[in-house]
Ligand binder design. Structure first.
Ligand code: HEC
Length: 390
């Protein structure tokens, strides 16, 4: 029974995706095909390679995966000058400029990385976690501690791309057990995270054996690259501009540069929800002067900010977001200055008017997650005594 329901759910999502695709207008006359083949330097045709394209001046990156014969095919792209790059774990990133004004074939050759430390930097968090040693009961305990304590504020790939000796890891843990999700040191009367504090010595020794200066205890067994149906998806990534016209040194698009920092307004976007028009609405988690929520145009990538005043010209912060059956967008708001006592925001994409419902002061405010039920009700979690929650 559970299985049947599971499949029913899965097909509903697939249907939604198909409808979404059908709503995208068909290629305009000026749209052009870009395709090619990816081969390794050793001459092997490579399946499951990620190939990405971004037009000059555009904020949208489109990515596809090669098929079993190493072939990639983009959906028709608007004419323009493109940066195109191909990536696979343990291979150097191949890059090229493509002037797209007629159907174009562009092949790339990927050279294998010879230095293990170079490709370790490319790995996503789950590959790092899987490679951590866990064969003995003690190692398994520490592996679990890393998974439970070091993946809530950042991906496991952020700390584990680095190497430190035991003393170095211990100093890192000295900081990690105190800071909150934004890296902010608590008040002097704050408490350290008990689990990290209690296991600090063991964790530092374990991490130094895995990611230290000496021989590594990590066992990498990378999962196969996507194939079959999984390799037929098309991914669109929308940049969200940094405030004040700043630019990122590393936006994560070139895996060989490692997992980038999310601080300094590099990654304030928290949750996202698509409306019935195909536009994306985002909440913003970091303190901001411009963004409470924002609309990203699904076709052009253009960003429109909506700001609710908090205090001291800071924008009210937001966290969870959902859409009800009428297409209305709901999100929870919170003060990014005073924290605590959040409200419930409502925005109808048809008129883009924002209203906020504030619960009475006698109850706690909204916080965290939000969803709509089948009867048109909105459910939102309230703030608990959680300190520095995400
Ligand atoms: C309560 C939140 C939180 C937890 C839990 C946490 N960290 Fe961090 N950590 C941070 C923040 C915030 C940063 C900065 C992230 C960024 O720049 O994107 C960071 C950065 C790091 C860095 C990079 C430091 C540097 O200078 O490059 C390391 C290493 C690290 N953490 C290790 C760990 C380990 C190991 C654990 C688990 C024992 C852990 N962290 C748990 C919040 C946390």
């Amino acid at each position: 029974m559970t299985t049947t329901r599971h499949f029913a759910g899965a097909s509903a999502i697939a249907l939604a995706a198909a409808l979404g695709a059908a709503m995208v207008p068909t290629a305009a006359a000026a749209d052009v095909l870009l395709a090619g083949t990816i081969t390794s330097a050793a001459g092997e045709k490579m399946g499951g390679v990620t190939v990405s394209a971004k037009a000059a001046g555009s904020t949208i990156t489109t990515s596809v995966y090669t098929d079993e014969a190493g072939g990639y095919y983009f959906p028709p792209l608007p004419e323009g000058k493109y940066q195109v790059w191909a990536q696979a774990l343990t291979y150097e990133t191949a890059k090229g400029d493509v002037e797209l004004n007629k159907p174009t074939q562009r092949n790339f050759t990927l050279g294998a990385m010879t230095n293990q430390e170079d490709w370790i930097r490319q790995l996503p968090g789950d590959e790092f976690l899987a490679a951590l040693p866990g064969d003995t009961p003690d190692d398994y305990r520490m592996k679990t501690q890393v998974r439970k304590n070091c993946t809530g504020c950042h991906s496991a790939s952020y700390p584990l791309q680095h190497r430190f000796d035991e003393q170095g890891w211990s100093k890192v843990l000295d900081l990690m057990k105190w800071v909150n999700v934004s890296g902010i040191y608590p008040r002097p009367d704050g408490k350290p995270t008990g689990n990290i504090d209690f296991h600090q010595k063991e964790l530092a020794a374990y991490l130094a054996r895995a990611r230290g200066p000496g021989e590594s205890s990590m066992k990498f067994k990378l999962r196969p690259r996507p194939s079959g149906e999984a390799a037929r998806v098309v991914v669109h990534e929308y940049d969200f501009p940094m405030e004040g016209g700043h630019a990122r040194a590393n936006d994560g698009s070139d895996w060989s540069l490692g997992t980038p920092s999310q601080m300094h307004h590099i990654a304030g976007v928290h949750d996202a929800q698509m409306d019935f028009q195909g536009n994306i609405w985002i909440t913003y988690g970091h303190p901001s002067l411009e963004t409470t929520i924002a609309k990203i145009d699904g076709k052009t990538g253009a960003v429109k900010n909506f700001k609710l005043e908090d205090q001291r010209t800071v924008a009210t912060g937001t966290h969870g977001i959902t859409r009800d059956e009428n297409g209305v967008i709901w999100f929870n708001t919170r003060s990014n200055v005073a924290r605590g006592h959040g409200g419930l925001g409502r925005l109808d994409p048809k008129d883009e008017k924002v209203s906020v419902y504030l619960p009475p002061r006698s109850t706690t405010g909204t916080a965290g997650t939000i969803d709509a039920d089948m009867n048109g009700n909105i459910w939102v979690t309230t703030a608990s005594a959680m300190a520095g929650g995400s």
